[in-house]
Design a protein around this ligand. Structure first.
Ligand code: MG
Length: 385
């Protein structure tokens, strides 16, 4: 088999195609393409994936222009980082890629503020969170195949959405009490590396973050000193300096993640009972703590950087005011659908007729919208704040 031939170089603790727990519905996989490659292809061809292009990462795209990251470019950066680390650690690169490409499929319009607006609206009806919504997208909401709902992805790719699920793993069909694969753990950290670094860059370029304030952060200070030592002329070129420091920062975090994980794999404080090191996939599943991890020093520095981003970027009035405005508009839009379900597209109305809750169906519809589609719908149905 083609896929298995390509996996002979993988580490013993990596996930292999042949060990997959399969798909929710019976499916025939092609001989020339492994199951995780197929997952990746299905994700890239999905409507939810294409719509990431017009969804907010931090800046509301309909108001701030096209210059900054959106959720699609963020997803591509996460995927590229995750694949680099997967290959270095001899993990399953195809699976890692599929998880990374899918990781934000459940995000609604207007980023995290859109998410908290929907969660508030759904608080008495099961809530809303982008990870669980991602699972709904790939299991139910994508309609592309006659034979099954959703994309019918493998257990292992779907497991990428189980972050923070904890004791609720079983409720969503995942084996309880197990740690996720290293590929799932890795994608989560690649997400952090991508947004920590590109949000700094977007914050600087937009003028929301003041470069001087970054000098209180060890990670930034060190990366900048290294870059300037190698190329002193960058002192006089602000834009190229920022890009160079951000690139260095990615490289520092990626190298540290690889080294930190290797240390844990070799048994330095990995917390596996009765075993000094992680040798097999079964060891991974039984481990009590995350194995893919930064070194403790870098982890502490990274936490500081994230706190800085919260205080100086995500909570900055230029970001906050616009997201708060759209939060309110999403509430108005939701109220419009719940008041009059004939405003929903026909296939959504059919789901309500079949017994699904109108609120959940309206929430799914809004969560699937891009920023600009949501804004058009708001203009048409509500029109004033
Ligand atoms: Mg992300």
């Amino acid at each position: 088999m083609y896929a298995e031939d390509l996996e002979t170089h993988l580490a013993p603790y990596a996930m292999r195609s042949a060990a997959s727990r399969g798909r929710p519905h019976a499916d025939h996989d092609a001989a020339y393409r492994g199951v995780f490659q197929r997952d990746r292809d299905r994700i890239v061809h999905s409507g939810a994936f294409r719509r990431l292009q017009y969804k907010t990462q931090v800046f509301v795209s309909v108001m701030e222009g096209d210059y900054y990251r959106n959720r699609l470019t963020h997803t591509l950066e996460v995927t590229q980082i995750a694949r680099t680390v997967a290959r270095a650690l001899r993990l399953n690169e195809d699976l890692t890629e599929a998880i990374a490409l899918a990781h934000d499929l459940g995000h609604g319009p207007f980023g995290h503020s859109g998410e908290s607006a929907l969660n508030l609206l759904m608080r008495d009806d099961g809530g809303f969170n982008h990870n669980l919504q991602g699972l709904r997208v790939v299991d139910l909401l994508e309609t592309r195949y006659a034979r099954f709902p959703g994309l019918n992805l493998t257990y292992e790719t779907r497991e990428g959405f189980t972050k923070n699920l904890g004791a609720n793993r079983a409720k969503h069909g995942f084996t309880p009490g197990e740690a996720p694969t290293l590929e799932v753990q890795l994608a989560g950290h690649a997400d952090e590396i991508a947004y920590d670094t590109h949000d700094i860059e977007d914050g600087l370029v937009s003028g929301v973050i003041d470069e001087k304030a970054l000098h209180d952060l060890e990670l930034w200070k060190q990366a900048e000193a290294d870059v300037l030592r190698e190329n002193p002329t960058l002192k006089g070129d602000q834009r190229l300096r920022w890009r160079s420091v951000v690139r260095r920062l990615i490289s520092v975090l990626v190298s540290d993640l690889i080294a930190g994980t290797e240390a844990k794999l070799q048994g330095m404080g990995c917390g596996v009972q009765g075993a000094g090191s992680i040798k097999t996939l079964a060891d991974v599943r039984q481990a009590q703590r995350d194995i893919v991890a930064f070194s403790p020093e870098t982890d502490a520095r990274k936490t500081k950087l994230e706190k800085f981003l919260h205080e100086n970027f995500y909570d900055h009035p230029r970001v906050r005011d616009k997201t708060a405005l759209w939060q309110n508009r999403l509430k108005q839009l939701f109220a419009a659908y719940v008041r009059d379900q004939t405003l929903l597209p026909e296939d959504y109305q059919k789901r309500v007729a079949a017994g699904e809750s109108l609120k959940r169906v309206s929430c799914d519809y809004i969560a699937g919208m891009t920023d600009r589609y949501a804004s058009k719908q708001w203009e048409a149905l509500v029109g004033k704040d």
